[in-house]
Design a protein around this ligand. Structure first.
Ligand code: SF4
Ligand code: SF4
Length: 187
């Protein structure tokens, strides 16, 4: 449609909304009967050319996500279990939502590494999941590969993600789509 046509005054017929309602009912019904036919025939062993749309029974069945999706943050650990984070504050500085709060302390056990976080909180209620914190980190200490997308809560304070929680989170490959050798998605 030409963009100027969009702003033409409506005709009397269009003002009744009947053409719009009829067209949308037709479209909905078409998809409903098409999918119903496809799935019903599939049940008795007949496969049509069109597969019929698929609904994931979430939350029982999780729809696989692509690895590029940024999900809940986690903090990576060193071999001794301490955080890789050196409290350089780069992530806190670069965060456009200003939702990272780090308090640093001296790392006395290891003189080569001056600092470590005493506390490291992220307010997921403010986070826009841009991934800048991951990009900015010089230590690969923060990642967004947990596959966790369920972050809703009933209070703002519960949206705070603390250091202990983030250190205990692990990547979850089960939640991600799998690829074959040619790079195609494996269903
Ligand atoms: S993903 Fe973006 S908004 Fe969220 S904590 Fe990281 S830098 Fe801040
Ligand atoms: S997570 Fe990375 S960027 Fe953020 S303070 Fe720690 S070391 Fe620095």
């Amino acid at each position: 449609m030409n963009v100027h046509d969009k702003y033409k005054p409506l005709t009397f017929w269009e003002k009744t909304y009947l053409p719009g309602v009829t067209a949308s009912l037709w479209l909905t019904s078409k998809h409903f009967f098409r999918n119903m036919t496809s799935h019903t025939l599939r049940l008795v062993g007949i496969k049509l050319r069109w597969p019929g749309s698929v609904t994931f029974q979430y939350p029982e069945v999780f729809r696989p996500i692509f690895p590029r999706l940024r999900t809940k943050h986690r903090l990576t650990k060193r071999e001794d279990g301490s955080p890789r984070c050196v409290a350089c504050m780069l992530c806190e500085t670069v965060c456009p939502a200003a939702c990272i709060y780090i308090i640093a302390e001296e790392k006395l056990a290891e003189p080569q590494i001056e600092k470590m976080p005493k506390s490291f909180d992220i307010d997921l209620g403010l986070c826009i999941f841009c991934g800048y914190c991951v990009e900015a980190c010089p230590e690969d200490a923060i990642r967004m590969d947990t596959g966790i997308v369920e972050i809703s809560n009933t209070s703002r304070i519960d949206m705070l993600l603390n250091m202990e929680t983030m250190l205990n989170l692990e990547p979850n490959p089960e939640r991600y789509v799998k690829f074959d050798k040619e790079g195609n998605v494996v269903i």
